[in-house]
Design a protein around this ligand. Structure first.
Ligand code: GLU
Length: 505
């Protein structure tokens, strides 16, 4: 295989959707697997769709994901500039070359004229397309005399350069994921390649840059498959060797009905963007995976498996393992359904893999910023170790452990109704005395002493434990009682029992 050089080529027209992140990821995995280079090229030739902040957002998002570039506007490289607006002077010669060789032509039809043709066609239930048939009757350099064309251009009459799609020609192509594809050019239109404002369109700039940047493999979303025949024909027209193509399957909505769009996310209850995005015009906020508490490793792991499978049962992959395992052979042709629960499950697995120290540190931070609680580090680490297997996110730890940080002031009504019996006050008074008498306050010893006491006095495990839980937690949840007792410490535990008795008895 020749040197692998792949590119991720986003247009900064808004935040990067998770489908875009997956495209970047597969490019990255393929490049790294094959000892190749990964390039970031910003495709911003359509200035009408420019969104401030979008490029920075894309860069930050990919950085958060751990997708690194060997060449980009930021890290530099031999084939720059890597932003198409900075390459503007370069494209016209290629447009000229296509015209000179008969592969393209000038079109002078105004936007109003084209609108009129569209409306006329529509009224006859047809669609207007600029193609081999219609171009014969429209205002272009194929129908207007050469001197007149020259004069119009010299006078500054606005024009576009269109690709002269060959008539009734079968374009034969190969896609790494989809295999051989044939398309007849009669189904295609004469796409605009260049505009008189000096800007190329996506199609021209994309091909010219892929060629100049020596891109070996074009890996992109399925939505670009319809552009592939034009791109292949452009390579032929220039006499350049085309790169290999791989069109990735779409990401589908959870119900499988249609493509997961930018608008779906918060509407369906999960983010579709890696980072939070605030629309610069409307101020509308879209949630991000990072801000929702996802680990980037879990997010990447989940995305990698949407459209690719390792061919084994393994589900948890580090980036290194993904690079090692990745190949197009195991990429699917059909769309991959997004699954919210599975996404949370991945985060749970990554949280579980972390040590209590790591999770504790994160929780410590969270407690301070979200609750204004400055807790002891070692204490928080112990709390995290005790409950981390019950949550998917650090922010969910609170619901499982709030009672380690604040004593109950109220007692869950439903639990009281169900668990607080006539003999409960008496049981709790006795339990309090027993607890007071325990010197070795380790969970293990507490458990032993409590169990012996309960069994020898035939008190029943349920009534004692449920009562204690209500006193210590204020509700019917939490880890084992002896674990709670150890962490709270004797003094605090006794205080809580006193308080509980005062309120409930
Ligand atoms: N600029 C295109 C996009 O926004 C790139 C498509 C391609 O990879 O060719 O997705």
């Amino acid at each position: 295989m020749k040197e692998v050089r792949v590119r991720f080529a986003p247009s900064p027209t808004g935040p990067l959707h998770i489908g875009g992140v997956r495209t970047a990821l597969y490019n990255y995995l393929f490049a790294k697997k094959n000892g190749g280079k990964m390039i970031l090229r910003i495709e911003d030739t359509d200035q009408t769709r420019f969104v401030p902040g979008a490029e920075e957002y894309i860069v930050k998002s990919l950085d958060w994901c751990g997708i690194k570039f060997d060449e980009s506007d930021i890290v530099g490289g031999e084939y720059g500039p890597y932003r198409q607006s900075d390459r503007k002077p370069l494209y016209k010669q290629y447009s000229d070359q296509l015209i000179a060789n008969g592969f393209a032509y000038y079109a002078f039809d105004t936007a109003e004229e084209l609108d009129k043709y569209r409306a006329e066609a529509e009224s006859q239930k047809k669609t207007f397309i600029y193609n081999a048939e219609s171009r014969k009757t429209l205002r272009n350099s194929l129908t207007i005399a050469a001197e007149e064309v020259e004069k119009m251009i010299a006078e500054g009459v606005p024009y576009t350069v269109r690709f002269k799609m060959p008539e009734n020609y079968e374009v034969r192509m190969h896609d790494i994921i989809r295999g051989d594809i044939k398309v007849n050019t009669n189904t295609l239109d004469d796409k605009v390649l260049f505009k008189s404002d000096g800007m190329p369109t996506y199609h021209l700039a994309n091909i010219v840059d892929d060629h100049l940047m020596k891109i070996s493999h074009v890996i992109r979303g399925e939505e670009w498959l319809p552009s592939m025949p034009l791109h292949v024909l452009l390579y032929q027209a220039f006499g350049w060797e085309a790169p290999e193509f791989a069109h990735l399957p779409l990401l589908l909505k959870p119900d499988g009905n249609g493509k997961l769009s930018k608008r779906d996310g918060d509407r369906l209850g999960f983010p579709v963007f890696p980072l939070r995005w605030v629309d610069p015009k409307s101020g509308e906020v879209s949630s991000g995976y990072r801000e929702s508490g996802y680990y980037s490793e879990a997010f990447i792991n989940m995305l990698a498996l949407l459209g690719w499978n390792p061919g084994t049962e393994q589900e948890i992959f580090s980036m290194e393992e993904l690079i090692e395992a990745f190949s197009f052979e195991h990429c699917n042709k059909s769309g991959a359904r997004f699954n919210v629960d599975k996404t949370k499950w991945f985060n749970h697995e990554y949280l579980l893999k972390k040590s209590s120290e790591e999770v504790g540190e994160e929780y410590l931070q969270w407690l301070e910023t979200e609750k204004g609680i400055k807790a002891d580090r070692d204490y928080v680490v112990k709390v995290a170790g005790l409950v981390k297997d019950r949550v998917n996110f650090v922010k969910e730890l609170w619901d499982q452990s709030f009672f380690f940080f604040e004593a109950p002031t109220t007692y869950d009504e439903v639990t009281v109704k169900k668990r607080w019996k006539e003999n409960s006050p008496e049981l709790m008074r006795m339990a309090k005395e027993l607890i007071n008498s325990i010197d070795d306050f380790s969970a293990e010893n507490i458990e032993k002493v409590l169990n012996e006491w309960i069994t020898s006095n035939e008190l029943g495990m349920g009534p004692v434990m449920n009562g204690l839980r209500l006193m210590l937690v204020g509700a019917g949840k939490g880890p084992h009682i002896h674990e709670i007792l150890e962490l709270l410490g004797k003094e605090e535990a006794l205080k809580r029992i006193d308080k509980g008795l005062e309120v409930l008895a």
